[in-house]
Ligand binder design. Structure first.
Ligand SMILES: *Cc1c(COP(=O)(O)O)cnc(C)c1O
Length: 399
């Protein structure tokens, strides 16, 4: 799965080029930087390879999400619909802007269920935020249609899906705005980093300013710049961007390797009927960072995850995961009593603690995901398939 498995001389060379000048800041210092602009170069590279007009790098995927939400004018009292299965950053980013996270169910694509999404729309709803979990896409056609019908923005959280596509278009470039993460465990890593993608020049201009204290970036005297918007410091450093440049160049190779591993395992598991695969709306666009299996029942899924881990094979059982699934988001469920929020904001939050997520539970409790390693050769891959088959066969006998 992660690009950190493939650090080599290319990352080192990139870092060295930054250290040669010592200018770690992405803006200004023209006289000293020997025309090295790593962040700008990475932005151009991403825009070109994803065929999107604009890319704004940020310090993380989380700050990319906040920037993206703000760029569409989302804030106080606006509702944003997000899935019950994601990373906590989705919720955090929406809440941070003063908006209201509205959690809808997922379906067997492990992403936002279109029917549940449409049901969650209220007069306050401003945006739908699908999350392309584990390298593969949400039902973008259906969600785009719902967004259009109700006059809502579509914000793509593609933080886990760098390089994945849907019907030939790159994830993150299809909605009004999209976000990538380059944190340490993502497909491409900068150590820490993120990106906002958009085809809209105004959205981009807002992001570019917002992520750097509102600076207009006109001229070459930072102290004399105007500030058209109120912003924050969500900048990426030149060192992080330099690592990203080396990593981004390897994205195609990462995905190809992941796809080879995934196809091999899937073919080896195809003949049995105890395991289904996660439904992927456009199979050919999957970046294949994970293999997600749907077992027949909760006991079988728990058993598979545990037995794989016992054998030293990485496996995630999301139903028990504090970070990724709504069931254990206790800190969010307690927000209705958190007096550090404005009373009005608290009052508008749904009562997540009593909300019914049984439709999501029914799916996620049977799911086991295996993060695919770039280091697995064919032999290792075959061992993993054999382990999955062995564990699930035993389970059948016991049942
Ligand atoms: C990783 C991730 C984020 C946040 O990215 P960071 O760079 O870690 O801040 C947001 N959403 C999803 C779905 C993620 O997986």
């Amino acid at each position: 799965m992660p690009g950190f498995e493939r650090f080599d001389h290319e990352e080192q060379k990139q870092i060295q080029e930054v250290m040669d000048t010592g200018i770690l800041m992405r803006y200004n210092f023209e006289a000293l930087r020997k025309n090295r602009w790593k962040a700008k170069e990475l932005e151009e590279k991403i825009s070109k390879s994803l065929r999107v007009n604009h890319t704004q790098l940020t310090s993380s995927g989380t700050t990319a999400l906040i920037t993206a939400l703000r760029s569409l004018g989302i804030g106080a009292g606006d509702e944003v619909i997000m899935p019950s299965f994601t990373f906590v950053a989705s919720f955090e980013a929406i809440l941070f802007t003063g908006a209201i996270p509205v959690i809808a169910d997922i379906d067997d694509s492990l992403t936002l269920c279109p029917t549940s999404t449409e049901k969650a729309i209220s007069p306050r709803t401003k945006a739908i935020m699908p999350v392309h979990m584990c390298g593969a896409m949400a039902e973008l056609d259906k969600l785009s249609k719902i967004a259009k019908k109700h006059g809502l923005y579509l914000i793509e959280d593609a933080c886990q899906a760098s390089g994945a596509t849907y019907k030939g278009e790159f994830l993150g470039t299809i909605g009004d705005v999209g976000c990538l993460s380059f944190d340490f465990v993502k497909t491409v890593t900068c150590g820490e980093g993120g990106a906002v993608l958009s085809n809209d020049a105004d959205v981009y201009q807002y992001c570019e300013q917002y992520a750097d204290h509102g600076h207009d970036h006109i001229g070459n005297n930072r102290g004399a710049e105007d500030h058209p918007v109120v912003g924050l410091n969500f900048r990426i450093s030149e060192l992080h961007a330099a690592i990203g440049l080396a990593q981004w160049g390897k994205l195609g190779e990462f995905i190809e390797k992941q796809r080879r591993i995934k196809t091999r395992i899937k073919n080896q598991l195809k003949s049995q009927n105890r395991i289904r695969f996660r439904r992927i709306p456009d199979e050919s666009g999957d970046n294949a960072s994970f293999l997600s299996l749907i077992l027949e029942h909760e006991t079988a899924a728990r058993n598979l995850a545990q037995e794989l881990i016992n054998k030293g094979i990485p496996a995630a059982y999301w139903f028990d995961n504090d970070w990724h699934y709504v069931k254990k988001w206790h800190h969010f469920k307690n927000l209705k009593n958190d007096n550090k929020l404005y009373q009005e904001h608290r009052d508008m939050l749904p009562d997540y603690a009593t909300q019914d997520f049984s439709a999501s539970d029914q799916i996620i409790k049977n799911v086991v995901s295996i993060p695919l390693s770039l280091n697995w050769d064919e032999q290792k891959t075959d061992e993993i398939s054999a382990a999955i088959l062995e564990i699930t066969q035993q389970q059948t006998v016991e049942k």
